[in-house]
Design a protein around this ligand. Structure first.
Ligand code: NAP
Length: 279
């Protein structure tokens, strides 16, 4: 039996259509779902990511407000910007593009985002709530992965899930989301020993390492579900996907798997925030 392709490109396209309809319903009531993007400095990759997010907003009829701050911005200045956006009734979601220049206390600034506008799922409070099973916007990449898994009706309950990576935006929230779905979760990181053997026992693997093709095809158990969150300029992810369709039961392609779900989840969560505002 050939592997199921967990097609994030397709699912995000379907989702965009339904988001468009919901945005148009809100617009009829005079509410324009609005995402504020905050970009600090001139990092070209960050500029591209913010542009992609704003383009997606435009595509579904949502508003976006671009706040651009200089490379020399201080923590206090950024906090002031975030507080102003928190107070702005027309803003439903705030995206602070990561990373910010090193003089800024990024954690303090993330945590200054009002929980009701934390549509990128970056606050400690949001993470805590999500982990405890309390309603919260999830960090967009892992939340997008969960949506993909659920769309393809993959039941992770009882599976031996291995997440490689423990970053605050990806590995950690991913692990908690899988745990909340009753998977048995192992988290690997740069100090983990015998990583190959741990992965060899995994029924579900999430690659979130940031190293091209770090996880080798021959570490993957036959029939495993393979999720590759990585994306590198050489058009590959963190997992070597060579021959993967003969090994995995389901897998995310790179590109076209996890990537499109991240932005789609950000847009969806901004819409949900605007809808809550309307209740
Ligand atoms: P990150 O902050 O650099 O974290 C990488 C994680 O991998 C860390 O926890 C690190 O462990 C671990 N690691 C590094 N080297 C390792 C090794 N040799 N063995 C085992 N673990 C190791 O990266 P991230 O932001 O989580 O991103 C991870 C990947 O996802 C990247 O490829 C990135 O491009 C991709 N990504 C994709 C999207 C998307 O929209 N598709 C969004 C975000 C990220 P320590 O904690 O011990 O240092």
């Amino acid at each position: 039996m050939s592997a199921i392709i967990l097609d994030g490109k397709e699912l995000s396209k379907i989702s965009e259509e339904s988001i468009k309809e919901r945005v148009s319903k809100l617009s009829e009531k005079g509410i324009k779902p609005t995402l504020a993007t905050v970009l600090v400095g001139n990092d070209p990759a960050s500029e591209t990511y913010v542009k992609m997010k704003r383009n997606t907003c435009a595509r579904v009829g949502m508003e976006s407000i671009a706040v651009e701050l200089s490379e020399t911005t201080s923590t206090e200045e950024l906090l002031k910007t975030i507080h102003n956006l928190n107070d702005d009734k027309n803003v439903h979601g705030i995206l602070l593009q990561h990373p910010v220049p090193s003089q800024i206390d990024e954690r303090l600034c993330f945590d200054a985002i009002d929980i009701s506008k934390d549509v990128d799922g970056v606050t400690c409070l949001g993470f805590g709530n999500m982990s405890m099973g309390i309603d919260a916007y999830g960090s967009c990449t892992p939340a997008g992965i969960i949506r993909l898994i659920e769309h393809y009706q993959i039941d992770v309950q009882g599976l031996n899930a291995v997440v490689v990576g423990r970053s605050p935006i990806l590995g950690k929230p991913m692990s908690m989301m899988l745990l909340n779905l009753n998977a048995t979760v192992t988290i690997c990181h740069s100090r983990t020993q015998n990583i190959e053997n741990i992965i060899k026992n995994a029924d579900l693997i999430v690659g979130a390492v940031g190293i091209p093709r770090f996880i080798k095809t021959d570490w993957i158990k036959k029939g495993a579900v393979v999720i590759d969150a990585g994306y590198h300029p050489e058009q590959c992810g963190d997992i070597d996907l060579n021959n993967i369709e003969e090994i995995a039961s389901a897998y995310t392609p790179v590109p076209g798997g996890v990537g499109p779900m991240t932005i789609n989840t950000l847009i969806l969560q901004t819409l949900q925030s605007a809808e809550k505002d309307n209740i």
